[in-house]
Write a protein that binds this ligand. Structure first.
Ligand code: FAD
Ligand code: PYC
Length: 416
């Protein structure tokens, strides 16, 4: 892997980046690959990287219809954590968090991991009982999680309105100290550079428009750059799962919704943890630049348009001002949305399909950024071995036939 000396960094800085080499190549697609990954978000790029690194499969193309990371990877609010209720999810998300903890070193790329803690608020006795149950389950899986009193929360987050007469009184909360944030673009770019260095072809501005089959077996993908044959195809297209699945005649139990976020103007440091309140549909963190990063629940209608509606952000900002009165003095600079694919149990689908050689990894809904390395790791295993890893076995498509759902609505950071 390429290393940069202090000398080359200084030279590049004064040359206005003119001589910076590309972080990854931009090849034309070959006629055929052993594996084609559809979708150049964090999950697709991580899959390609782990295929090459863990399984020695380097004849791989990642085919992306736009630019890398411009889907939900570049639109999310960067929160990572592993505080999920059920064993199946806890094991998968914890694997991912552990990979995150070593990712900057592994990929030689600063992903700006900040384990500043992730706090979930309880506003009534019911919330508190739910959080206690959740904390006990999480700890039984060996994952860090603790209950905080209202007094401890006030000390941790001084800008939070903890008055007993507040519209949303704070009765306590749960904290995962190893949770926090990571720079979303950096995660995609780091996996892209490392996959490219191992021989993976990353092909941008190349939309998959059809899937070729020979009987029950996949043989390639039709794209805007022509037909690309493939022994195996892995589809990792958050927001467009149903569109791609339909190309092989699969109907998914997935609904696609807009999910919005906002950032404020930058201010001095006021918040050094992530605060979430699922009950009032708002969450908040402060970026390294000083902006407050805020998010809401999903827009309730189905859509493929990457923008949301005003009532959701009005409601979210009203709740936010009640919880954090200083927000009333802030201007919001930017608002955007991504399309999230949500399964009935708010858990993803990662595994094989009835079509041979056709593998899927989607349905991460509002919470897949935290899963990026873990998802890529198990998906690479599934594609390479043609069977699920024990960590993703519970997240198969068949669970919607067997009824063995993994209901994680309560663990989702945002309401839906
Ligand atoms: P994406 O990054 O969307 O990548 C899929 C790619 O597939 C896209 O680049 C798309 O262009 C490409 N594609 C689609 N169709 C085709 C085609 N036909 N041919 C070729 N390419 C195609 N999760 C968290 O864990 N924490 C958070 O704080 C968080 N906040 C969020 C906030 C918002 C506003 C949103 C929208 C989501 C949030 N999420 C969060 C969810 C998270 O962003 C996603 O689950 C995750 O990024 C999905 O990654 P991905 O690589 O699967 O998808
Ligand atoms: O899953 O932690 C999460 C999350 C936070 C905001 C959106 N998703």
């Amino acid at each position: 892997m390429k290393k940069y000396s202090i000398f080359s960094l200084v030279r590049n800085a004064v040359s206005y980046h003119e001589r910076w080499s590309e972080a990854w190549r931009s090849p034309e697609p070959k006629g055929a690959y052993e594996v084609v990954i559809v979708g150049g978000g964090g999950h697709g790029l991580a899959t390609a990287y782990y295929l090459a690194k863990e399984h020695g499969i380097t004849n791989v193309a990642v085919v992306e219809k736009g630019w890398l990371g411009l889907g939900n990877t570049g639109r999310n609010t960067t929160i990572i954590r592993s505080n999920y209720l059920w064993d199946e999810s806890a094991h998968l998300y914890e694997k991912s968090l552990q990979l995150y903890e070593g990712l900057s070193q592994e990929l030689n790329f600063n992903i700006m991991l900040s384990q500043r803690g992730c706090l979930n608020l309880a506003h009534n006795q019911h919330d508190l009982r739910q959080l206690s149950r959740r904390v006990n389950a999480i700890r039984l899986n060996g994952i860090d999680s603790e209950i905080l009193t209202a007094g401890q929360i006030k000390a941790l987050v001084p800008i939070l309105n903890c008055s007993p007469t507040a519209r949303y009184p704070v009765l306590g909360g749960s904290l995962q100290r190893r949770g926090g944030t990571a720079r979303h673009d950096a995660v995609a770019w780091a996996f892209a550079r490392a996959a490219d260095a191992r021989g993976v072809d990353i092909i941008q501005n190349c939309e998959v428009t059809g899937i070729r089959r020979d009987g029950g077996r996949v043989t390639g993908v039709e794209t805007t750059k022509g037909l690309i044959k493939a022994g195996k195809v892995g589809v990792v297209v958050a927001g467009h799962a149903s569109v791609l699945a339909e190309m092989v005649g699969l109907r998914l139990p997935i609904e696609s919704h807009p999910l919005q976020a906002l950032v404020s103007e930058p201010i001095k440091p006021v918040l050094d943890t992530v605060v979430m309140s699922a009950a009032v549909h708002v969450y908040l963190s402060q970026s390294d630049k000083g902006e407050l990063v805020l998010g809401a629940g999903i827009d309730s209608y189905n859509s493929y348009a990457q923008r949301g509606s005003l009532p959701i952000i009005e409601h979210m900002l009203a709740a936010c001002v009640d919880l954090f009165p200083i927000v009333s003095r802030l201007r919001m600079l930017r608002q955007w949305a991504g399309i999230v694919d949500v399964c009935p149990d708010a858990s993803p689908i990662v595994g094989k399909t009835p079509v041979e050689g056709f593998y899927v990894n989607f349905g991460w809904g509002t919470g897949g950024f935290k899963a990026t390395p873990g998802s890529g790791w198990v998906f690479a295993y599934t594609i390479a071995q043609d069977r699920p890893h024990p960590l993703n076995e519970p997240f198969s498509l068949e669970r919607f036939h067997t009824g063995y759902l993994v209901d994680e609505h309560g663990a989702a950071g945002v309401a839906h």
